[in-house]
Design a protein around this ligand. Structure first.
Ligand code: F6P
Length: 344
């Protein structure tokens, strides 16, 4: 078979490991030719490709980012986008296309497969871990480890200065990274999009902690966390279309408010894209490899319109139509029964 592959959306540790696995099983086991498209859907519409072979993928297992490059656009933003994708696949003699992406790229893949009959298989990717239909996405474990390492370091500086450090982590729609890194890093409070917060409650917790003689605290905030209505005066703040604070972000705002309301010296720390960079953890290398092997197997059984996924540690195929347009929220049992036990 001749099989195309692309990486879409934000980059994520493990993308190259998935590509390597697709190529390895495709070439050696099935005798496939794998064609990589550069820069996600742009590369498909513009026919910009990179031949992927076992030789060219050597050394890619631990490499962060994606050798194919990635973008956030969609063929549906382009007047002839769908026809361009169809024409590329036809003219290049492609029997199938593997789309490795997050909620955005998988929505495009789902629509192209379900409504336009294109032979596409999806692979769920995001550090945010917020894709429905799979218990975990690759990249998440690495991001949590990076955030946890940062929090470990922040404890010692917070303790030396008797400070409150507010650490903003990624997660615009879900608080998976915040919850896991908060538990792993021993945070005094974790704020997530799924649970709008009351800033006075946050301050009370930190004050009580200080009264017990703990003068340093780490507060972990997911970038999509929002205050309860009326809890913070947002009059001067610019709000984006998701209701999130623009300019400076929620981490800065929470740090400012804690400082002003408690009088404790408080600093914000924005981890940003460092959480997406660099080498994947061993867990993510294994998961990426399993997903890559499963994706090329899925192509060979014609599982079009499905995504490979992990459930109870088994690889399954999930219909993309059941997954897209939804966000997998944090497991609130984990948040309430475990993370909150350690809140100040
Ligand atoms: O979806 C992954 C993610 O890293 C989110 O956590 C974050 O909100 C977003 O991408 C950032 O996107 P960009 O790299 O385009 O700024």
């Amino acid at each position: 078979m001749r099989v195309g592959v692309l990486t879409g959306g934000g980059d994520c540790p493990g993308l190259n490991a998935v590509l390597r696995a697709v190529v390895r099983k495709g070439e050696r086991h099935y005798g496939d030719e794998i064609v990589g498209f550069c820069d996600a859907w742009d590369g498909v519409m513009e026919r910009r490709t990179l031949p992927l072979t076992v030789e060219t993928m050597r050394g890619m297992l631990p490499r962060g980012g994606t050798v194919l490059g990635t973008r956030r656009g969609s063929p549906f933003d382009h007047p002839d986008g769908v026809e361009l994708v169809r024409a590329t696949m036809r003219d290049m003699g492609l029997d199938g296309l593997i789309v490795i992406g997050g909620n955005g790229s998988l929505s495009v893949a789902s629509k192209l497969a379900a409504e336009h009959g294109l032979p596409i298989v999806g692979v769920p990717k995001t550090i945010d871990n917020d894709i429905e239909g799979t218990e975990v996405t690759f990249g998440f474990n690495t991001a949590v480890q990076i955030a946890t390492d940062a929090i470990d370091r922040l404890h010692t500086t917070a303790e030396s200065h008797d400070r409150v450090l507010v650490v903003e982590v990624m997660g615009r729609h879900s608080g998976w990274i915040a919850t896991h890194a908060g538990i792993a890093g021993g945070a005094a409070v974790v704020l997530i999009p799924e649970r709008p917060f009351d800033i006075d409650e946050v301050c009370d917790r930190i004050i009580r902690r200080h009264q017990r003689g703990r003068f340093a605290s780490i507060v972990v905030v997911a970038e999509g966390a929002v205050p309860k209505e009326g809890s913070i005066d947002l009059a001067d703040r610019e709000i984006d279309r998701f209701g999130h604070i623009r300019l400076g972000g929620i981490g800065n705002l929470v740090a400012e408010e804690i400082g002003a309301r408690t009088g404790f010296e408080t600093r914000p720390v924005l981890l940003g894209h460092v959480q997406r960079g660099g080498t994947p953890t061993a867990f993510d290398r294994v998961l990426s490899t399993r997903f890559g092997v499963a994706a090329i197997d899925a192509v060979h059984v014609g599982a079009w319109g499905h995504m490979v996924a992990l459930r109870s540690d088994k690889i399954v195929h999930t219909p993309l139509t059941e997954v897209v347009g939804r966000t997998r929220p944090v497991d609130l049992t984990l948040f309430e029964n475990v993370a909150e036990v350690f809140f100040a």
